[in-house]
Design a protein around this ligand. Structure first.
Ligand code: HEM
Length: 118
């Protein structure tokens, strides 16, 4: 049961990230703007990312050195992604900013995972 919840939450985290960042990447580089219909999908993805991310964080059994510092930097960039998505009003610059922050957050998340495994 534990494994089921843990893997399920990891899946939810990754699946909603794929939807949010994939959708915004597609909007920035293929279409040029975010379709109106994507906003409700993005809100759903943000909610799922928050729930699964909080679960992942609270279910960690130990925090290696420097983990909290990198996690704090990740959360600041995540706040930029969420706020910029919610406040998006048609500017390409906003989409570019989200794509850049998203790429850095993915790198930091990989680093957090690595820190936890070694
Ligand atoms: C756009 C926003 C976010 C992106 C792109 C992102 C990306 C990722 C990725 C790629 C992983 C690695 C998944 C894995 O190893 O299973 C991860 C893990 C994690 N995420 Fe996020 N995340 C985001 C938001 C959040 C938020 C809001 C929280 C907390 C409230 C959070 C907390 C965590 C935690 C605790 C882990 C586990 C890291 C570890 O292995 O120690 N994430 N995230």
């Amino acid at each position: 049961m534990d494994a089921f919840l843990s893997i399920g939450m990891r899946w939810l985290h990754l699946a909603s990230i794929v939807v949010l960042l994939g959708g915004i990447f597609y909007a920035r580089f293929a279409v040029g703007e975010l379709a109106k219909g994507f906003k409700p999908v993005a809100y759903g993805a943000i909610g799922a990312i928050l729930i699964s991310g909080t679960y992942n964080f609270l279910s960690k059994s130990a925090f290696p050195p420097h983990y909290q510092m990198w996690f704090g930097i990740k959360i600041l960039l995540v706040l930029h992604i969420f706020a910029a998505t919610i406040l998006y009003r048609g500017k390409t610059r906003t989409l570019t900013g989200i794509v850049i922050s998203g790429a850095i957050v993915l790198a930091i998340s990989g680093w957090l995972r690595w820190l936890s495994l070694v």
